[in-house]
Design a protein around this ligand. Structure first.
Ligand SMILES: [Fe+2]
Ligand SMILES: [Fe+2]
Length: 192
């Protein structure tokens, strides 16, 4: 690939080579959807943001003990650009890497990764099983219920919002909107 940027197709093929779990693929597609939405909103490079969102957990299924570190190795061996690799690494800041999110792309990825998980969990307990009719308020209610989707690290999301200088309400709204655009792919159109 050399210096050229990866296409979405290349990214998806690589993701599927290392991840067979439907849940992980859907998570990747959800994060991609939100990254695309957020890039568009900011007038940034949607394709780049989307591809980084799609590939961010590349190593998770096979190398969860070396999460992010193994992705760095795999992406580098594929000739991916350094700024893409850095962005992928930065989503694990303070958890599995010491790469601090610096630019907007990295900060958004850091902030929305966990938040997509909370939105999925919230959708699944709704009668509609959908993100299409979901409100920010319903997600905020689940946010406060610490026993609900307890695995979702609220502190990371808060830190991400703080880094971006946005209110949690706006971040949740962006995340819902981004996931709506990929509702069919992530199985969250529900019965609407
Ligand atoms: Fe991750
Ligand atoms: Fe993730």
């Amino acid at each position: 690939m050399g210096e050229s940027t990866p296409s979405r197709e290349e990214a998806l093929t690589l993701l599927k080579k290392y991840n067979k779990s439907e849940g992980l693929i859907k998570h990747a597609l959800a994060v991609e959807g939100v990254m695309r939405y957020c890039a568009r909103k900011r007038g940034e490079d949607e394709e780049k943001w989307g591809i980084i969102g799609l590939i961010h957990d590349l190593d998770y299924e096979q190398f969860s003990e070396e999460h992010c570190q193994k992705s760095e190795e795999l992406l580098r061996s594929q000739g991916w650009p350094e700024d893409y690799i850095r962005a992928v690494m930065s989503h694990g800041w303070g958890i599995c890497t010491d790469v601090e999110p610096q630019n907007e792309l990295e900060k958004v990825l850091y902030a929305v990764d966990e938040l997509t998980g909370l939105v999925v969990a919230t959708a699944l307990v709704r009668p509609s099983k959908s993100v299409m009719d979901m409100t920010v308020k319903s997600v905020k209610k689940k946010w406060k219920d610490k026993a609900f989707a307890a695995g979702v690290n609220r502190a990371v999301i808060e830190k991400g919002a703080e880094m971006l200088g946005v209110e949690l309400t706006e971040l949740i709204d962006d995340t819902i909107n981004g996931m709506r655009e990929v509702a069919d792919e992530i199985g969250l159109r529900g019965n609407i």
